[in-house]
Design a protein around this ligand. Sequence first.
Ligand SMILES: [Zn+2]
Length: 415
Amino acid sequence: MTEHVNLILRAKTLIDGLGGAPISQGLVAIANDKIVYAGAAAHAPVFPPEAQTLDLSDACLLPGLIDMHSHPTFYWEEPDLATYTDDADGVSAYPPAMITLLAASNLRKALLSGVTTLRDTGSVNDIMFDVKRGAQKGLIPAPRLFVSGRLIIPTGGHCHNLAGLTNQADGPVEFRRAVREEIRAGADFIKLANDKQDLTQEELNAAVDEAHRLGKKVACHTIWAPSQRMAIEAGADTFEHGTPSPEEIDLAAKKGIAWTPTINMSVEYLKWYEQQSRHADPKTAEAARKGYANQSRYLEQKHASMEYALKAGLRIVTGTDSFMRDVRFDAVPDEIRRFVEYGCTPMQAIQAATLWAAQSMDWPDIGALQPGKVADIIAVSGDPLADNRAMDTIVMVMLEGKVANYQQTTTISRE
Ligand SMILES: [Zn+2]
């Protein structure tokens, strides 16, 4: 393989994502879109002299980041919502082209922040399927996309009022039908949503069984008890948000199920309540104070869940849940920082954003810098283990062996 190497990356440090100590004077050799060698430059084999070398000097090489929970088409909280909708109730008509452009803009931000794989956990109608095809054709810069299509919920369930976002079903048979509909439309995995016990266990089991029968993974939105237990019992592959109990964490770990705690989004909610609690309208302010107290408790419980999850060996993964205006599409580094605040080592937090995320979805080609894996690589400025602010300065993003953030000079040929 070494004779096919066409690109060599060098940097001061290399973190391969496998959990070992960082390697100093790192080198990654790439043949087209695949990694051929990743390790110490001193131990690298001999590569063809014509291979190009990109010396990133003081930077640190890492596997591309994975955002396991994102909503690029979520337009409802845009400040200029009125320009996206033209009907009186504001929910039932909107220009798909505008939502598509919003998604494209969000995906570009995500990619440039080092996200090379992004799971869209619920989007408007069929828009993301076309966005994904467009990205694959190279029409827009975007991470590799895994798209769920619409959220599958019971009638009146989570986000039912957001037009186009949900596929509503009732009874196990209809849940199977809804799963088939999303898969027919192009879903790479299935997203279910259960706030508390909006679904029956039978409905949840049927949906998960149908998805698995058709070879697709399942992510399940959860918040309040018993939604986490229900998702874990049904065998969803990842459960999102919430505050799982020690028993639930043990069961999930045993079943190989992963948790996407979306901590940063919850912290942003807390900040929002804090801001609203100073609202001029006393009723709004009072409601926000209550919301703040509830959210504080929720975060305390989440912290306890994280600490237990780490002890129990539950696979935890990074998801930004970027739908709020204040949760940025480049927020994976924020989530990594929250993971560290909540008990992860910096290395564990990086693994949650890379290898563990890939493992949770059985994506064998990504998540680490290792021979045979796809060359999804980022370089950040400085040492992210010593100071995770380093993750905010992205020197290079490479997707499938191609540098995605180069400074390009355009020369237009006029024949
Ligand atoms: Zn979400």
